[in-house]
Ligand binder design. Structure first.
Ligand SMILES: Cc1cc2nc3c(=O)[nH]c(=O)nc-3n(C[C@H](O)[C@H](O)[C@H](O)COP(=O)(O)O)c2cc1C
Length: 188
């Protein structure tokens, strides 16, 4: 797949078929995603793949922030949309796997940002590679409301949570959200 085609064609997917994703495929995509650049070449990311009971346990924790998110959503979405988001938090759209991405955090705040940005680059690589492989995914930071509980559950209490990413075979073809290209500025 052409790079531009992958960048423009990738969509956030929130409904999945029940078929599992082969472990070897996920392993390969993650290995390739980790070719991302990183601050001072620290490669600070860790990808944790959760299926079965481990996946259920994570969803049970993430569900704990629906009320906080709903407050924010009231200012952004109509009731139908909010209902969909609440439902999605309860089952992650039936995704057979969830990939949690965490980033090691050095003590200095300025380096913490570099670490998180690096891991974001790796996660975006992963989303594009997953799309190229015919998979769909949804990078989620809504669960940051319960970041510490998730990190403890993952056994990484001192790391930063970059996102939890339900992944699987898409069962929807969402419309393309319009882009806001006016954020480019040229200054000579
Ligand atoms: C950092 C980040 C956090 C996101 N968090 C959530 C989330 O918590 N829940 C969710 O349903 N979608 C989440 N999304 C997906 C966005 O809603 C989605 O990318 C956006 O609507 C544009 O759609 P597209 O990805 O199909 O282009 C997140 C995306 C990013 C990049």
């Amino acid at each position: 797949m052409e790079l531009l085609q992958a960048i423009k064609g990738r969509r956030t997917i929130r409904r999945f078929k029940p078929e599992p994703v082969p472990r070897e495929l996920l392993e390969r995509l993650i290995q390739e995603a980790m070719w991302a650049p990183s601050a001072m070449n620290t490669q600070p990311w860790k990808f944790i793949v959760l299926t079965g009971q481990a996946r259920q346990g994570l969803i049970a924790i993430a569900e704990g922030c629906i009320d906080q998110l709903d407050e924010r959503m009231k200012t952004l979405f109509n009731e139908k949309m909010r209902g969909m988001v609440r439902g999605y938090f309860r089952d992650c759209g039936g995704a057979p796997a969830i990939v949690a991405v965490v980033s090691s955090l050095p003590p200095e705040e300025v380096y913490q940002k570099g670490s998180l940005f690096s891991s974001c680059a790796a996660l975006q690589n992963f989303l594009l590679l997953a799309h190229e492989a015919g998979l769909g995914a949804c990078w989620m930071t809504g669960p940051l409301w319960v970041e510490q509980a998730i990190l403890s559950y993952l056994g990484c209490p001192d790391w930063g949570l970059v996102g939890i990413t339900p992944i699987g075979w898409p069962d929807q073809s969402p419309p393309v959200p319009p882009r806001k290209h006016e954020t480019i500025e040229w200054r000579d």
